[in-house]
Design a protein around this ligand. Structure first.
Ligand code: NAG
Ligand code: NAG
Length: 429
């Protein structure tokens, strides 16, 4: 199999626009979660049990904030779903960072896109449904269908840059970003492409989305007045996840291709493992077996024993049952025969304390954090972790980042429907 490396990164998150801005604020223990109760329509927002969300800050590009006109033409802004807008901007950053703009026909044919979203354009669904019911056929825009389809994110990226390699859109709920990167790495390893743009994007900060996740009892409801405390993975007082928006994109490249053009190499993609819980629509198995299998397969694929993993970016969303299941899986896999002698040696953090849960983009942004941990030998913190849940035994990097030589990192992503994936990255040698 051909080796695959990471040569470019791009991101838009509740901590800001740009990978460097997001990463430095994350390392400084800042939080991007805010109260959303004052949004319009007030009657819909104010009745919600959860009124916090991770929102991309609005403003100028120079200040690390989002305004669509910095990235898109007026026409694009009107035609493209928000998640597609974020995906295009994150792709532009990643391609710039990789210094890869395919010029020849052959280069375009060997560069593909693998990018998904968990939910897509909920707002358009909602608005058009209401307008249709009130007024009928005339109110349905010709852009309605192209605005809904999740693969149009990948489609628009390919059109903008002329990328004619594999064009694929994953949609596996909160595992989307990780599956997109894993699948893209396989396209390269198997020779279908030399370069892949891969990641996830999400923007569904809409009262209906919060209502739905509240009904499934998934969201944090106890910290509406203190939003920065609301996402608290592994903490005793966690009580649900915090919905967030954003996008993250990596440029993956075949090793020889990257070397031949002198590209910077952040890390190597070493392993990818997937599994299904085969258990329940929203809840994980308590013993974390799905997570255990995904991590085990990813490490087997990488040919790396558990004891060589220096950092785990956990999926841990701050729900009571999800964090416990994943923690159980991590401790069972990492301690023992091929593993470490004690759980306290495992460095694991959940960056959702700072940015919330980006759903379909979560796996991609967390892969980027796992890659940067390798590049900078810095492990990002788990915010709000004041009282570690009883019985949890790892080093969860509470409150502040830690310096640590990171040669191998692992990133977990799990989604509704019982789908689990893990990615393994290592320093390129
Ligand atoms: C549309 O709205 C009306 C009320 O204005 C309601 O009676 C009707 O059932 C709705 N139709 C559909 C298909 O939802
Ligand atoms: C595996 O995926 C399921 C999807 O529902 C998720 O809820 C669960 O957290 C994952 N498994 C574990 C044990 O973490």
């Amino acid at each position: 199999m051909r080796r695959v490396v990471v040569t470019g990164l791009g991101a838009i998150t509740p901590l800001g626009v740009g990978v460097r801005r997001t990463w430095s604020r994350l390392l400084a223990s800042e939080c991007g979660i805010v109260n959303v109760a004052d949004r319009e329509p007030a009657v819909r927002w104010k009745e919600l049990p959860s009124q916090v969300a991770g929102i991309v800050p609005k403003g100028h590009r120079d200040e690390g904030k989002w305004q669509a006109s910095d990235w898109l033409t007026k026409g694009e802004e009107r035609r493209l779903a928000k998640f597609t807008q974020y995906a295009i901007a994150a792709t532009e950053m990643a391609l710039d960072d990789a210094e890869w703009k395919p010029q020849t026909q052959e280069q375009r044919e060997m560069t593909g896109v693998c990018l998904g979203s968990g939910i897509g354009n909920l707002e358009e669904y909602y608005d058009t449904s209401i307008a249709y019911n009130e007024t009928g056929y005339k109110k349905v825009s010709p852009l309605f269908v192209p605005q809904l389809l999740i693969n149009l994110g990948a489609g628009h990226i390919s059109m903008k840059y002329g990328l004619q390699g594999p064009n694929h859109a994953v949609t596996t709920a909160c595992t989307t970003g990780a599956h997109a990167i894993g699948d893209a790495s396989r396209f390269i390893a198997l020779g279908d492409a030399d370069v892949m743009v891969a990641g996830g994007s999400e923007s569904c900060i809409h009262p209906l989305a919060l209502a739905g996740f509240s009904r499934s009892r998934s969201l944090s409801t106890a910290y509406n007045d203190e939003p920065s405390l609301s996402s608290r993975p592994f903490d005793r007082d966690r009580n649900g996840f915090v919905i967030a928006e954003g996008a993250a994109v990596v440029v993956l490249e075949e090793l020889g291709h990257a070397k031949a053009r002198g590209a910077q190499i952040y890390a190597e993609v070493r392993g990818y493992g997937c599994s299904g819980d085969a258990y329940h629509i929203t809840a994980p198995r308590e013993d974390g077996h799905g997570a255990f299998l995904a991590m085990k397969r990813a490490l087997k694929n990488a040919g790396i024993p558990p004891k060589h993993v220096d950092y785990i970016n956990a999926h841990a969303t701050s729900t009571p049952i999800g964090d416990s299941a994943e923690n159980h899986a991590i401790e069972s896999l990492m301690v023992g025969d091929e593993g470490l002698s004690s759980a306290s040696q495992i460095a694991v953090s959940s960056t959702k304390g700072a940015i919330g849960h980006l759903l379909g983009a979560a796996g991609a942004i967390e892969a980027i954090f796992s890659i940067l941990a390798i590049k900078d030998n810095l492990v990002p913190p788990t915010l709000n972790l004041h009282n570690i849940e009883e019985g949890f035994k790892c080093n969860y990097i509470p409150l502040t980042s830690q310096q640590k030589e990171v040669t191998v990192s692992l990133s977990n992503s799990f989604g509704f429907g019982g789908t689990n994936a893990s990615l393994v990255f290592s320093k390129y040698k």
